[in-house]
Design a protein around this ligand. Structure first.
Ligand SMILES: [Zn+2]
Length: 569
């Protein structure tokens, strides 16, 4: 309830919903009026308007350019959108803002498209940071290396003087040099930890690539991220998010350092995005889990920070062979991947978290992990009765078709990363060959889940992939890389249309975030979370959606991003 309006405020909203539209009536002057725009409201009727008024952080007028008398007063800023588009602020349904922002300040390898570029990037960062005790970073792409498996030998050459640990872009593998392996105590005698794999050379020596919990072994040897680093990381994330028109984020896997940074920013009044935070639930949870989650939920809650969700990993990723599948990976014998928890443990956690009012967010990529997550949420519902917590499953790479109707039936939000459905090498080289064509048909079945009537949302999983919602919106429609007009769309049966994709990043995500009464559409009474684009997305060929530029972003009526060269400034 703390995120919803009280009953009195709702009565007030109902009263003002129609008032400014009535001819002959006068309205109080707005702080800001947009006019002559393509305003796609994303209200229930998906209605269009051309003008919007904002006062005291809320939307007070949505309608035609025949504005009510008095809406423009002496102090009103009037913006001529000149045909540009106004949308509700985007909401990212799965993202790692603080963590990714921190890594942007470390050895950031996201842009390296060849091994040479990657090597140059690592060398350059090490040279520029001679005092750093570790070379620490993230963002290398698995397909650059055979079987996604880089060697310590190469990293020893690039960083001979210090330990180096570099996370892959997907966050499920890490690349270590010999010094890092030694400091972490990872030797040929070290067994693979539960839910992890130490890749080894033919002689059994660790070869430099660590999967899942094995990567955590090395990460634990690193000095902890400081509060100052988290604060700087959050600031980087906020500034990027505002530049992409994002006004709400679902922070998946939030630790206490992240919460401290978020709470401090909100206290200082500097936060430019609203954050729903999912607190990580390790393994079986442990005896102190609930006490800790409850403590964090209370202690770090603030007007724009809602630490009300709990994140559970249930498997890894198909590319590394760590996703849990219903049938074995092709060419890997009987190996079907191993779920993080058995069903009984997952059921128990789901029942306990649901009972305590936490919104459950499960990372599940393989069809077995997804089925286990649905089963666990069904158990929680049977045990505790239906509750309005809006649990979700994220990533959803391979869904068994028999499970597709269960999302709607159980009221489970389906959170996809639509940018991943582009038919890239992760899919064509590292995924489809290990599933075969029949199972591959059910990779990222976004259209099927939408048609089933489930609530579907979109996320970036940044910094796993781009934070830019317009790229994801385009790829959800085209199923090829942004701007590509040549390649045949990958899995065309699962393409969706523009209104669907916009809903994924606005009203659907707002509902999943328990914020639909305040955000997610442009309607009188809602918070003025708005994004101005220089072009109407509906007038663009779908392959050019990513070219639309965010001109201005408003967070509760406050301008948190504005292009310097924007018209109407
Ligand atoms: Zn994630």
């Amino acid at each position: 309830m703390h995120r919803c309006l009280g009953a009195a405020a709702l009565v007030l909203l109902a009263a003002c919903r129609t008032a400014p539209d009535r001819p002959g009536q006068t309205a109080a002057a707005a702080d800001l009026v947009f006019r002559h725009g393509a305003v796609y409201t994303v209200d229930a009727a998906r209605s269009w308007a051309s003008a919007v008024g904002v006062r005291h952080g809320r939307i007070v007028y949505v309608g035609t350019d025949s504005l009510p008398a008095g809406l423009i007063g002496r102090g009103t800023e009037v913006v001529d959108l000149a045909g540009g588009m106004l949308l509700p602020g985007f909401q990212d349904g799965h993202v790692h803002p603080v963590e990714s922002g921190v890594y942007l300040g470390l050895c950031d390898l996201n842009d390296a498209e060849t091994i040479d570029a990657l090597s140059a990037g690592i060398r350059a960062w090490a040279a520029a940071h001679p005092k750093a005790t570790w070379v620490r970073g993230a963002g290398w792409q698995l397909p650059l290396f055979p079987a996604g498996n880089p060697s310590k030998t190469l990293l020893d050459r690039l960083v001979p003087d210090r330990p180096a640990l570099l996370w892959a872009a997907d966050g499920h593998s890490a690349w270590a040099n010999s010094r890092a392996l030694a400091l972490a105590g990872i030797t040929r005698e070290t067994p693979d930890p539960p839910n992890g794999r130490i890749e080894r050379d033919p002689s059994g020596q660790p070869s430099g690539t660590l999967r899942e919990s094995a990567a955590d072994l090395a990460d634990d040897a690193l000095p902890p991220i400081t509060d100052a680093e988290n604060a700087a990381g959050l600031a980087r994330a906020e500034s990027l998010a505002s530049g992409f028109g994002i006004t709400t984020m679902f922070s998946a896997r939030t630790d206490e350092g992240h919460l401290r940074a978020l709470a401090a920013a909100d206290r200082a009044g500097t936060l430019t995005v609203r954050v729903v935070a999912a607190l990580e639930v390790p393994g079986a949870g442990g005896d102190t889990l609930l006490a800790r989650l409850r403590d964090w939920r209370t202690r770090y809650a603030s007007p724009h920070v809602h630490p009300t969700a709990a994140k559970l990993f249930q498997d890894g990723v198909i590319e590394s062979g760590t996703a849990a599948l219903l049938a074995p990976y092709l060419g890997r014998g009987s190996d079907a991947g191993t779920p993080v928890r058995d069903q009984a443990t997952l059921d128990r956690l789901a029942i306990v978290l649901d009972h305590d009012g936490f919104q459950i967010h499960v990372h599940a990529i393989g069809d077995r992990a997804i089925r286990m997550a649905l089963d666990a949420l069904a158990h929680a519902r049977a045990e505790n009765g239906p509750r309005d917590l809006r649990h979700g499953i994220t990533h959803l790479e391979l869904i068994d078709p028999a499970d597709i109707p269960r999302f709607r039936a159980l009221g489970v939000v389906a959170n996809f990363e639509p940018l991943w459905a582009d038919g890239d090498e992760y899919l064509t080289k590292l995924t489809e060959p290990f599933l075969g064509p029949a199972r591959s048909r059910w990779l990222y079945p976004i259209a099927s889940v939408v048609r089933s009537g489930a609530v579907v949302t979109g996320g970036s999983d940044w910094s796993v992939s781009s934070l830019d919602p317009l790229q994801a919106i385009e790829v959800g429609i085209t199923h090829r890389d942004p701007g590509d007009t040549v390649t045949a769309p990958w899995h065309p049966a699962e393409q969706v249309d523009l209104p669907t994709m916009i809903a994924l990043y606005t009203i659907n995500a707002a509902w999943a975030h328990h914020l639909e009464r305040e955000t997610g559409s442009i309607e009188v009474g809602k918070l003025a979370d708005l994004v101005v684009l220089d072009q109407n997305l509906f007038a663009l060929p779908s392959s050019r959606i990513h070219e639309a530029r965010v001109v201005r972003t408003l967070f509760e009526g406050r301008t948190v991003f504005q292009r310097p060269d924007s018209p109407g400034k």
